[in-house]
Ligand binder design. Structure first.
Ligand code: R5P
Length: 298
């Protein structure tokens, strides 16, 4: 059965209907001090597929996930599969500065110690994070379904694909190949202490009058996209569309991005928002059915 974590109710409903299995939607109460209380009937000895994305507030969503896992274990679930569409803490996949804790390692150990058998996640920031999991992890990519959406909804005249940084080049390359469009990679730097982003203005290509699709794994504060747009606008680029898997869009990120000249933001529903135009349930259900889909197994 599917268990809908509070952060991913709609996605869980779609997965349960794709798989034609029962769904449990736990009752949630948030106390005035911010603590969560969850309640749901016994799952007995079923194979439980828990869906809970770990977008902000990440710590609340993590504790809710652990509570659900804990109850399923107590109810003698025969197998625990956890679908985490957006994996929090994956950007801290190493100690960039001396003494920093590798957050994703902690999260991986928590899930393992709670008795999870299998984790499924989508477009994790860097695949290095997967090496911290000793349970079985299936990593899938939303790039093919995002590209399909673009093919069906955008007239691709004079477009090319841009990765805002070299870290995202593999994803952007795949996206460009699927759409048969040229690729450009910008050079982004982030100050490890202040978090501030800068992008090299020397982009190495003439883009005047061209249109661009900026592809990234995630948008958080929106700073990376806004900085990329500033650089591209100086080069007199035409239309800019942004495509990402995880549109976290903190605070006024959406408005900042639109005001920087972006026409549209297209994302999956790993983080529910007005930009969630591509439903992940199809690839998640297929991976659960163990379909042989080499394009989404990443
Ligand atoms: C970083 O390398 C990621 O791929 C994203 O570009 C980044 O996390 C986006 O964050 P923000 O929107 O805060 O710039």
């Amino acid at each position: 059965m599917v268990i809908a974590g509070p952060s991913s109710v709609h996605l869980a409903r779609n997965i349960s209907s794709d798989l034609n299995v029962n769904i449990i939607e736990p009752d949630l109460k948030i106390f005035s001090d911010g603590e969560s209380k969850l309640r749901f009937p016994s799952v007995n000895n079923k194979h439980c597929i828990i869906v809970q994305s770990l977008y902000p507030p990440p710590d609340r969503h993590i504790i809710q996930l652990l509570m659900i896992i804990h109850k399923c274990k107590k109810d003698n679930a025969s197998k625990l599969t956890v679908i985490i569409p957006y994996m929090a803490y994956a950007r801290q996949d190493k100690a960039f500065l001396e003494g920093e804790i590798i957050s994703i390692e902690v999260l991986a150990e928590l899930l393992e110690n709670f008795g999870v058998n299998e984790v499924i996640t989508v477009d994790i920031h860097n695949k290095v994070s997967l090496s911290y999991f000793s349970v079985n992890v299936k990593h899938v990519t939303a790039i093919p379904i995002l590209a399909e959406y673009i093919k069906n909804n955008i007239i691709l005249d004079k477009f090319f694909i841009i990765s805002p940084d070299t870290g995202g080049i593999a994803r952007a390359t795949k996206f460009a190949q699927l759409l048969n469009l040229p690729l450009l990679c910008l050079k982004k730097k982030r100050d490890r202490d202040t978090g501030c982003v800068s992008i090299d203005e020397n982009i190495g290509m003439k883009v005047e009058g061209m249109n661009a699709i900026l592809v990234d794994d995630m948008i958080s504060t929106g700073e990376s996209i806004v900085k990329a747009c500033e650089v591209l606008k100086k080069q007199k680029i035409g239309k800019i569309i942004v495509v990402c898997t995880h549109a976290i869009l903190l605070g006024t990120a959406f408005e900042k991005i639109i005001n920087s000249g972006v026409k549209e933001i297209i994302s999956t529903n790993s983080v529910p928002s007005i930009c969630s135009k591509v439903d992940l349930s199809i690839i998640l259900s297929n991976i659960l059915l163990d379909a042989n889909l080499s394009d989404i197994k990443d």
